[in-house]
Design a binder for this molecule. Structure first.
Ligand code: NI
Length: 205
């Protein structure tokens, strides 16, 4: 097991589309173990293979309470099979040290993937829970997409990136999600208390 170096925003590897894993070999299992170890050592809730320089369709997530026992989830060749609803997510990323911004995410998702032993499984995450948001964040990494591509306010995002000496957002990568924005704004009007609660949650993936 080893702790791998996490590559940072600006490195072109993060923008590549990753390849499917053809076989869950011993080498792949070692990479998964290293991803988990690297994620835990960086206090992240998720980490994708491209973030350690491997353009393979693998990511790991653990959204359990850091004070309790670990609960690692491994996703190999994942496919999002259902998505609905919309929610604001205040996100960071281990490839963007300390930089957080508000992004748009789906509220509910269903994903299928292979586990560490090559067995297929389906996982559902609802109501904008951290797991739902972390899975979408990590899944994006496999397609060369980054959380800032979903930013709700590009000026705010650029300010944060500049503060931490990271390159500014790539305008051509921004994803058109006006339909999600409409739903998020409506939700925030109806639930101002939840908006405040969510602003206090900060997790890096
Ligand atoms: Ni990330």
């Amino acid at each position: 097991m080893s702790i791998l170096k996490i590559i940072e925003y600006g490195n072109p590897i993060l923008r590549n589309k990753s390849k499917e894993v053809s076989k869950v070999s011993k080498k792949i299992k070692t990479l998964v173990t290293d991803l988990l170890e690297t994620m835990y050592s960086a206090n992240g809730v998720g980490l994708a293979a491209p973030q350690v320089g491997e353009n393979l369709r693998i990511f790991v997530v653990d959204v359990s309470d850091p004070k309790g026992p670990i609960d690692p989830l491994v996703f190999i060749n994942p496919k999002i099979i259902k998505k609905s609803g919309a929610i604001n997510s205040y996100e960071g990323c281990l490839s963007f040290p300390k930089a957080y911004t508000n992004v748009r995410r789906y509220k509910n998702i269903m994903i299928k993937a292979l586990d560490m032993n090559g067995r297929p499984f389906v996982k559902e995450a609802k109501d904008g829970e951290l797991l739902a948001r972390a899975i979408q964040h990590e899944f994006d990494h496999l397609d060369g997409k980054l959380f800032i591509d979903h930013c709700r306010n590009r000026f705010e995002a650029n300010e944060v990136l500049a503060k931490y000496n990271l390159p500014s957002i790539e305008e051509d990568k921004l994803i058109d999600e006006d339909f999600l924005e409409v739903e998020i704004v409506q939700f925030e009007k109806e639930h101002p208390d939840l908006v405040e609660k969510q602003r206090k949650e900060q997790e890096e993936c």
